[in-house]
Design a protein around this ligand. Structure first.
Ligand code: NAP
Ligand code: F7E
Length: 329
């Protein structure tokens, strides 16, 4: 029997890679897409992966419960992956109410639709290492206490606990993946890795001269999105829903990540980097380092791509994109 999956946030970085993985596994893949005035732009990641014509898209917004109910009724999914969110931490201080509505309450909207229409569907919630914030232990695992440091992180904490609560209250097969930062050539350019690789490619091609960053002493545990979506799928293949940390177990500063990118194209970071105080955040998450032991032992999951390999892949993809654009004039 062909399995059916519904992915919210299918137009985002993870949604696109997850859709590709599920198609490769023979799933019938459906995505919930919110309305955009930029028709044909929102689905650019699905096009980049060459899978747009293989997924079925439904008009649904996390802020509109009836659109979720109708979509779940129409799709009758075996698995629901809730990846939709206002996901940019910096924006969450500019739009805290919207962030709470989508990233926190939106999770309840999806869970309610699942509980009402398809309670036997397996549910995945995209939780985040940002929930650890002001870290309470040098290595963060499923049992480390949370201390969120942004409206985004507070919203994700709600999403995490409402998922746990629906599992415990209603017996839903609901899992929360506490994913540490994961990146790829499909990452939005507002996030620091892609901002760096895009700028490095532009500087290399003579299209820009400088790269402006905020706090380059912040440290993150960075992995590849392609590896991380596999962990999401593995969670829903277990007999019971549960919570899992997905991380590499290595932490690197923004400064070192940036050096890797410049080194790849034989440029010196010092010649181009400008520190901009306006890019510092009201409250920072200084360092994150995940302990993925449980995922390794229970899911058999390990990351495949090193930070160096990923940054090189991202710089190369940005060089190619910019060169293509140049040819098209
Ligand atoms: P992303 O690229 O920003 O994608 C977010 C997706 O959510 C997009 O498809 C967006 O649609 C959709 N969306 C936003 N508001 C919506 C609404 N009101 N209704 C329906 N859809 C809406 O994020 P990502 O990096 O793929 O991350 C996927 C999920 O994992 C997010 O929940 C994020 O918070 C979480 N997460 C990410 C990381 C990471 O490092 N990437 C780590 C931990 C957790 P549009 O295309 O229309 O904007
Ligand atoms: O920042 C510092 C910034 O925006 C990383 C989201 O996917 O991962 C992501 O959240 C670090 C921070 O990611 C710039 O201050 C310095 O310390 O790439 P980021 P994030 O905030 O860690 C988590 C796990 C999620 O769940 C989120 O959805 O880099 N930094 N200078 C900068 N960051 C940005 N964006 N831009 C700068 O110029």
């Amino acid at each position: 029997m062909t399995k059916r999956a519904l992915v919210t946030g299918i137009t985002g970085q993870d949604g696109a890679y997850l859709a590709q993985l599920l198609l490769d596994k023979g799933y019938d893949v459906h995505g919930a897409v919110r309305r955009s005035s930029h028709g044909g732009v929102a689905d650019h990641r699905l096009k980049w992966l060459g899978i747009l014509d293989r997924v079925k898209l439904h008009d649904a917004d996390l802020l509109d419960p009836s659109s979720l109910l109708r979509t779940i009724a129409a799709v009758q999914p075996d698995e629901v992956y809730n990846l939709a969110a206002q996901s940019f931490v910096a924006t969450s201080w500019q739009q805290p109410i919207l962030t709470s509505q989508v990233t926190a309450l939106g999770v309840t909207n999806v869970l309610e639709a699942v509980r009402t229409i398809k309670p036997d569907a397996r549910f995945y919630q995209a939780s985040s290492s940002e929930m650890y914030g002001l870290i309470q232990h040098p290595e963060q695992s499923e049992t480390t206490p949370f201390y969120p440091r942004s409206p985004y992180a507070v919203a994700k904490l709600y999403g995490h606990w409402i998922t746990v609560n629906y599992r415990e209250s209603f017996g839903l097969h609901a899992s929360s993946g506490i994913l540490f930062n994961h990146e790829s050539p499909l990452r939005g350019t507002e996030f620091v890795t892609r901002k760096v690789t895009d700028a490095v490619a532009r500087i290399k091609l003579g299209l820009a001269r400088e790269l402006r960053l905020g706090n380059i002493d912040a440290k993150r545990d960075w992995g590849h999105a392609r590896d991380y979506v596999e962990a999401m799928w593995l969670m829903l293949q277990q007999d019971q829903g549960d919570d899992y940390v997905i991380a590499t177990g290595r932490t690197t500063s923004v400064r070192e990540m940036c050096e890797i990118a410049f080194r790849h194209v034989e440029l010196s970071m010092e010649d181009h980097l400008v520190i901009d105080p306006d890019l510092f955040r009201p409250a920072e998450v200084d360092v994150l380092l995940g302990d993925p032991s449980k995922a390794r032992e229970k899911l058999g999951w390990t990351p495949k791509t090193s930070l160096e390999e990923m940054i090189r892949e991202m710089v190369d993809a940005d060089l190619e994109r910019l060169r293509d654009r140049g040819h098209r004039g």
